[in-house]
Design a protein around this ligand. Structure first.
Ligand code: SF4
Ligand code: SF4
Length: 351
């Protein structure tokens, strides 16, 4: 039985991004860009989508995130969109890399419920390795602006610094960004970085499984850049797959048919189409061309019938995304106390 109060939407307002992170399809699936709508959403379409969400009332005060695989501050209408979501009684969420010279004054004045900052370092070299094309000085200056405007407009926005943790950035940079977040009264949230999207993970796992058997061809390939990125991750997708298989061997039937991303979130792309889920990128992995054309239940049924979910579930990709982060060792490594700090220092010498 679905818990309605957990339900949320992502309404992508910018179909692309100013950065090219190697962990993200915007950076690692550039050859597929013609398959993905990359424009800015038309305002009229955005308002109609929000109106339908309100009418359908799946969760009366749910979160609407204005992003999926794109940078929302690229859209000049972002402050108006946030105000509209708020006026309708829904909760608004932005996630930004803070590299674009956006109108942060108006954005914060519009009072988003939550503002996430996606970041992977404190110093320039470390940050731009995994936030490719990014400039950490711009990011930091924008973080100060956010705090300044939030104080000026007495906004109740909750700021989250979502720090993507890799092997190259979990020591000094981690501590420094934690300190800055504290200074600005932003919540510091470390998250083990992962390779995205699901298609890339599947390609990596399949390649390892066939062990060089060239007769099995993969549409999405793993190239040298992907391998470099995987070397920086604490979460190797193939190791995760093997662990997941081991852990779920006795209960696979129940676990393979349930996916929280499918049950609790509808991803709507810039052209109004509904993707299979927020973790896939390919345009063909969509279930309907226009969110406005079908009621929620019918869209949900179409998502449940999609064959790709079966393949994803067989490889644990729907289920294992938080597995490592919840392990005792990693919980401690990313923790907030003195022991965690020492652990990070010691572990840094080993990796
Ligand atoms: S900033 Fe976000 S959307 Fe942009 S390339 Fe990086 S991970 Fe992808
Ligand atoms: S099963 Fe996989 S592809 Fe399907 S909705 Fe869940 S995460 Fe997405």
């Amino acid at each position: 039985m679905m818990q309605k109060d957990k339900y949320q939407y992502s309404v992508e307002i910018a179909g692309s991004c100013n950065l090219r992170c190697p962990s993200c399809p915007v950076g690692n699936m550039r050859d597929k860009k013609e398959e993905r709508p990359t424009q800015l959403i038309e305002s009229d379409l955005f308002y109609k989508i929000i109106d339908k969400i309100v009418e359908e009332s799946i969760n009366k005060n749910c979160f609407v995130s204005v992003f999926d695989w794109g940078e929302p501050t690229l859209h000049p209408e972002l402050p108006k969109f946030i105000s509209y979501i708020n006026q309708k009684g829904l909760k608004s969420r932005i996630s930004s890399n803070l590299n674009h010279e956006a109108d942060f004054r108006s954005i914060i004045k519009s009072n988003p419920t939550e503002f996430q900052i996606s970041i992977s370092g404190f110093s320039s070299d470390i940050y731009s390795t995994t936030h490719a094309r990014g400039n950490i000085f711009k990011v930091k200056s924008h973080m100060y602006k956010l705090r300044q405007y939030a104080n000026q407009f007495k906004s109740n926005t909750e700021f989250h610094v979502c720090y993507h943790v890799y092997k190259h950035n979990f020591s000094e940079d981690f501590e420094n960004m934690k300190k800055l977040s504290k200074e600005l009264n932003f919540k510091f949230i470390p998250i083990l970085a992962k390779l995205m999207p699901i298609e890339k993970n599947l390609a990596y796992i399949m390649n390892k499984k066939v062990d060089g058997n060239k007769s099995i061809s993969q549409k999405n390939t793993i190239n040298e850049e992907d391998k470099k990125l995987i070397d920086l991750l604490f979460v190797d997708p193939y190791e995760e797959y093997k662990n997941w298989k081991k852990q779920t061997a006795s209960k696979r039937n129940n676990l393979t048919s349930y996916c929280t991303k499918r049950e609790y979130k509808t991803p709507i792309r810039v052209d109004g189409s509904v993707g299979l889920c927020c973790a896939v990128y390919n345009t063909k992995l969509k279930v309907v061309n226009n969110f406005l054309d079908l009621p929620h239940n019918e869209i949900h049924e179409l998502r449940k019938k999609n064959d790709y979910c079966g393949t994803c579930m067989e490889h644990g990709l729907h289920d294992n995304w938080k597995m490592k982060q919840s392990q005792f060792f990693y919980k401690n490594l990313l923790g907030n106390n003195f022991i965690s700090k020492i652990q990070r220092k010691i572990f840094k010498k080993i990796v």
